[in-house]
Design a protein around this ligand. Structure first.
Ligand code: SER
Length: 892
């Protein structure tokens, strides 16, 4: 009875404080206190930071904090998806080993821009955590930390909130990182930052325990639940703190953590969401060891993967794709540690998505697409892992000392993708040491090799100093020539004042008409010129807020602060525009023909053609391709007008406008490109005015690029016309060659191919007959000596392939054999030899190889039973052949 009552209470608690409810209570609390609820920003970080993924709720407001932009709302509240793997705030290594870290998590945050400051921020947090109508946490279980220079916050906690002084911990600088403190928060190495005050929950069964040492708060007894940051500075590249003019607040509370406190479980892995996922994994892989940390790792990582994949990322070797790959691979390894020997992660997706949806997470991408992406990585890496394990086992068995060489460690890592820590762990278990010096040596050689490959002369390297001190404006949607000032010239990555004819360099202008590489579109080309000189722009890139024109000075000279005319190549731009607008039409046509699951995965657009990648599993049938092509060409003939407007995220979502979340849009108002009723997409790219400007679209190919993703390549305008013309003239040529009329071409071609196939069969048959004859002839030449079949034969003018084929037939049909076959190739002699495994007792094959090496001046290739070598004519004598024979006969 009592047990059922307790269970009932537990269920009520869980239902009340599940993820959905806690998220809603938080947002409503701040909404009722005058905050505007903002949508969650993209998980993929914006271009103007060095972060790959959003790591905190404040990321989407970075420009407001730095004063680059002004917010329309002074109080904002969000629930933001974050990922802390790599870069600043990297929790990857901690996952599984602590109770409170996730790679992906949701951060609840309230923000104030030039509105309330320390007092209100602290009061709001306290009210929400302890208010009886809110989370109602016992006050005596809470503890706070403050930055040692932030006396104001200390006073608020002790005098206004009345927390006892032994529960307010003052945090100084880190001992091993002199100038940084755990209570000084910054998003990245540069950018907005400031002191913070943190609220911890004490889960000790005896909370009256004294806190004698401030380090204790970083033990798992205390759960950090809320971080309130007072953004007061911008840290510049030199590390200096530049005070900001207005008071700003940025707070963050981990949703999963606070839920774990409210559900009284004190581990994010024990809240209902994770508990269900972990039990599901255990069931699937038939392992009951639920406390094994590997379950935590797998559940955490696969949840993260689902969110990363749905933002359009695929596993790869760089940037976001690399992080995704790392998460999947680590999960596979942890599966391996739990005894799993087959692909299983992909089977988790369906259930995980179901759990996430129950908790009100928006999962747009269909489950099958997500699981097939995970499966293909899983299948691939499992094979790699097996190979790695085999290699390592072999090495360990043959080890003569207890030290594994560094080359093997490197090879396992470099060739087999076998994580270093895994090799270390296995060696440790076997009491084997590793030669890390040798490993480092291999690693540095590898780095040197890859540096040599990456030697790109126009590759931009510039300091963050440049990034934070300059900015340029793109005004080239309608202005193709703009008068601008040169703000910066870089030559060989160094700032210079002048450049002269022939010098490659990079120029930054205050304002430009040049579109930079983005939205899948290549940049404009053109010139920057004044009366003194002309600079040819070959490429334009944007980093942070700066637009870099990369090119060469083709006449005269130009100097810093010169006024120049930035003028783009109109024809080049027009061709790109035609292709860019075509991608939008194609996107819409594909969705009409194949279904709404078709979502753009990526694109590449230049002046000659475009590629369009999208989620779809099967290759398109010829009918589907024709239909798509016809629909797009109908749109083109309808000559629909194309317009652009700016909209905020809420309106974008309300109007179902296509918005790729992996695109780097962080502005409050985003540019929407609208093509009549055909398509509306958020897009920064340049477009034609009317669809008729495209003229014609011709699809060239449809192929798969990875599991579940297809790529269509297409050409437009005059390129499409000349493509069709060249097809036509080729067909005319074929008709002439086949002496056929245009109408009969197909039939003629089919019968010609049939005849060719017949001829081919005939020739193969006659080759096979030759081979059989050779084998019969050779078998007659076999000498049997002490039960061993011995064959030593020369075959005139045979190619190596056929020599091998003959050898294979002989090996298959004979037992206990030693065969040497050789033939002449040009002026050389090529030998191939074979010694049956069951003759190992006669002699050590290595001795034979040594003997042969001494005789011939060439490399002997040998692999367990079969070997070959090629010698120069002058080394080949009858005596040499006899010597080999004798050497072998002596051993029989
Ligand atoms: N930006 C702070 C953090 O991430 C507070 O939101 O902890």
């Amino acid at each position: 009875m009592i047990l059922s009552f307790l269970l009932f209470i537990l269920i009520v608690i869980i239902m009340e404080f599940n993820i959905t409810n806690v998220r809603r209570i938080f947002l409503d609390f701040f909404k009722n206190n005058g905050h505007k609820i903002f949508s969650c920003g993209s998980l993929i970080s914006s271009e103007n930071t060095s972060l790959l993924f959003t790591n905190a709720g404040m990321n989407q407001f970075k420009d407001y904090y730095l004063g680059y932009k002004k917010s329309n709302f002074s109080r904002i509240v969000t629930s933001q998806h974050c990922l802390r793997v790599g870069g600043k705030h990297n929790d990857f290594e901690k996952i599984g080993y602590t109770n409170f870290h996730n790679t992906f998590f949701e951060m609840l945050g309230n923000f104030s821009f030039d509105d309330y400051f320390k007092k209100e921020a602290i009061f709001y947090a306290w009210e929400l955590l302890t208010g009886t109508n809110n989370f109602n946490l016992p006050k005596d279980r809470l503890l706070v930390t403050v930055h040692y220079q932030d006396y104001e916050s200390y006073k608020i906690w002790s005098e206004d909130i009345c927390i006892k002084s032994d529960r307010i911990i003052v945090i100084g600088n880190n001992e091993n990182n002199g100038c940084f403190s755990d209570n000084f928060w910054q998003m990245d190495n540069i950018g907005p930052c400031g002191p913070c005050t943190e609220i911890f929950y004490d889960n000790s069964t005896n909370p009256s325990d004294k806190i004698t040492d401030s380090n204790i708060i970083y033990s798992e007894r205390f759960i950090e639940i809320w971080n309130i940051v007072f953004i007061q500075f911008n840290r510049d590249i030199n590390g200096s703190l530049i005070p900001l003019k207005i008071p700003l607040v940025d707070t963050g509370m981990g949703l999963e953590r606070i839920v774990s406190v409210l559900q009284n479980v004190y581990s994010v892995y024990e809240i209902d969401l994770f508990n269900n996922m972990i039990v599901f994994i255990a069931d699937l892989i038939k392992c009951n060891d639920l406390i094994n940390t590997s379950f935590r790792v797998i559940s955490d990582h696969i949840r993260s993967c689902i969110f990363i994949i749905q933002d359009g990322i695929l596993p790869s070797n760089e940037k976001h794709g690399y992080i995704l790959r790392k998460l999947i691979r680590r999960s596979i390894i942890h599966g391996y540690m739990l005894g799993v020997r087959h692909s299983f992660l992909y089977k988790l997706v369906n259930y995980f998505v179901h759990c996430l949806k129950l908790n009100n997470y928006l999962i747009k991408l269909d489950v099958n697409s997500i699981s097939s992406i995970i499966k293909s990585e899983e299948d691939h890496f499992s094979r790699t892992l097996q190979k790695g394990f085999l290699l390592l086992n072999k090495k360990l068995i043959n080890l003569k000392t207890n030290v594994l060489d560094g080359k093997t460690l490197f090879e396992l890592y470099d060739t087999y993708g076998f994580p270093i820590y895994l090799t270390k762990e296995i060696c440790l278990k076997n009491n084997i040491l590793i030669n890390f010096v040798e490993y480092e040596d291999c690693m540095s050689k590898q780095r040197k090799r890859s540096r040599m490959h990456n030697d790109d002369t126009v590759k931009l390297k510039f300091s963050d100093l440049i990034l934070s001190n300059y900015s340029s404006v793109f005004n080239g949607y309608v202005n193709f020539e703009i008068t601008s000032k040169i703000l910066l010239i870089l030559k060989s990555n160094k700032m210079v004042k002048d450049i002269f004819i022939g010098q490659m360099s990079v120029i930054v202008l205050d304002e430009t008409s040049f579109f930079f590489e983005s939205s899948g579109q290549i940049s404009d080309i053109g010139i920057l010129k004044n009366d003194n000189g002309i600079f040819r722009v070959d490429k334009v890139k944007k980093y942070g807020n700066i637009i870099f024109h990369i090119g060469v000075l083709i006449s005269g000279h130009l100097s810093l602060f010169d006024v120049v005319c930035s003028s783009i190549d109109r024809i080049h731009r027009k061709c790109i525009e035609i292709n860019h607008s075509s991608t939008h039409l194609l996107h819409s046509a594909l969705r009409t023909v194949l279904g709404e699951h078709v979502v753009q995965k990526g694109s590449f657009i230049n002046h000659k053609y475009f590629r369009f990648d999208f989620f779809h599993k099967k290759s398109l049938t010829t009918d589907e391709l024709s239909l798509v092509e016809n629909i797009v060409n109908n749109y083109i003939r309808d000559n629909v007008s194309i317009s652009t407007t700016y909209m905020n995220l809420n309106d974008i979502k309300l109007n179902n406008i296509i918005f790729l979340f992996n695109e780097k849009y962080q502005q409050e108002f985003m540019r929407v490109v609208k093509i009549g009723d055909i398509s509306s997409e958020v897009c920064l790219g340049t477009h034609v005015k009317r669809t008729g400007d495209i003229g014609l679209l011709k699809l060239i190919s449809d192929k798969g690029v990875s599991l579940g993703v297809r790529r269509i390549e297409s050409i437009t305008g005059r390129y499409a016309i000349s493509y069709i013309q060249s097809l036509h003239s080729k067909i005319n040529l074929f008709s002439k060659l086949l002496n056929s009329s245009f109408d009969n071409l197909e039939n003629n071609l089919i019968s010609t191919i049939k005849n060719l196939n017949l001829l081919k069969k005939f020739s193969e048959k006659s080759k096979k007959d030759d081979l059989d004859k050779n084998v019969i002839f050779l078998k007659k030449n076999i000498e049997v000596f002490k039960g061993v079949n011995f064959l030593f034969n020369y075959l005139l003018n045979l190619d190596i392939n056929n020599l091998y084929k003959i050898m294979c037939v002989l090996i298959k049909t004979l037992n206990k054999i030693i065969i040497f076959l050789f033939t002449n190739i040009k002026d050389d002699y090529f030998f191939i030899f074979y010694i049956s495994e069951n003759l190992d007792y006669l002699f050590d094959k290595k001795d034979l190889i040594n003997f042969l090496s001494d005789k011939v001046n060439c490399k002997i290739y040998f692999n367990s039973n079969i070997g070959n070598f090629r010698i120069k004519n002058n080394y080949f004598t009858d005596e040499f052949v006899n010597e080999i024979k004798h050497w072998i006969f002596d051993k029989l």
